[in-house]
Design a protein. Structure first.
Lengths: 157, 119
């Protein structure tokens, strides 16, 4: 936490949104973060879209974690603007999970690849944002997404 | 926020045109409609994503599930998509190699699994 201010450069504003942990509110979180990102003239449109998708994935995971834990708490989306980056933290109060424990998907040419309808969210987040950090909190997981200024859009491989 | 899901017949294909945002909230409707089509005996399905404004991994999951279901019936699921921000989601996840993606419904109908690929 102490590094957060340095990470985004000179601190700007903090914008917080709490959403009920229900599927219909993911669109709202996406809308708020993408509107904020779009107002950041240092982020190209393509990068705003990337962040929007990453936030959608993180909020979806948070809501599913709440569902699995039977938690009626809200999901917190905290945005920090700064001179060097835009940071978005999505904090759930589910039971937490181990991102390192995710199974590796078989190669796409393997017919078994079709068995994996889920689990694409975390790889997407990792590919879309400049930095991602999953941290356990007292009662859940915090996912920190960072979009740095002056970085070109990710080129799909 | 409602997802638009319109179906029309084209040369032996059922064309499912999706409009709106496909996410964790709307994906179940999309999944149900696909499953409905398969159970009606439509085993050659084209999913037209040109009207989709947003698609995340839950939408990808529906498409992967649909493809799997159709292949088990010796059918196929073709995609129509030219929007770079939507194609990017398929590219990052490697699913461009799993799906046959076309520039238009015409190209999908004419090209089967091999021709008219957008990528």
């Amino acid at each position: 936490m102490t590094d957060a201010a340095r990470d985004v450069g000179t601190a700007g504003e903090v914008i917080e949104l709490e959403i009920p942990a229900r599927a219909e509110f993911v669109a709202l979180a996406r809308l708020v973060v993408s509107a904020l990102a779009a107002s950041d003239s240092n982020l190209a449109d393509e990068r705003v879209d990337d962040l929007k998708l990453a936030v959608s994935e993180a909020c979806t995971n948070a809501i599913e974690a709440h569902g699995a834990a039977g938690s009626s708490e809200r999901v917190l989306v905290r945005c920090k603007t700064g001179s060097e980056a835009l940071e978005v933290c999505v904090e759930d109060r589910g039971h937490g999970f181990d991102p390192a424990g995710l199974p590796d998907h078989p190669p796409v040419t393997d017919p078994d690849r079709l068995k994996f309808e889920r689990g694409l969210g975390i790889p997407l987040i990792k590919a879309l944002v400049d930095e991602v950090e999953f941290s356990p909190t007292a009662d859940g997981t915090s996912v920190r997404l960072v979009m740095r200024h002056g970085v070109n859009g990710s080129e799909p491989s | 926020m409602e997802l638009g899901l319109d179906v029309e017949e084209r040369d032996g294909f059922a064309v499912l045109s999706v409009r709106g945002e496909v996410d964790v909230y709307t994906a179940p409707h999309f999944r149900e409609r696909l499953i409905e089509l398969v159970s009606e005996g439509k085993h050659k399905i084209i999913v037209d994503l040109e009207g989709v404004d947003f698609l995340d991994s839950t939408g990808l999951g529906v498409l992967v599930g649909g493809l799997k279901r159709l292949r088990s019936h010796d059918g196929d699921l073709l995609l129509v998509c030219t929007q770079s921000r939507i194609l990017k989601v398929f590219e990052i996840t490697g699913l461009t190699k799993v799906f046959s993606i076309h520039d238009s419904v015409d190209a999908a109908v004419g090209g089967g699994s091999d021709g008219g690929s957008a990528t």
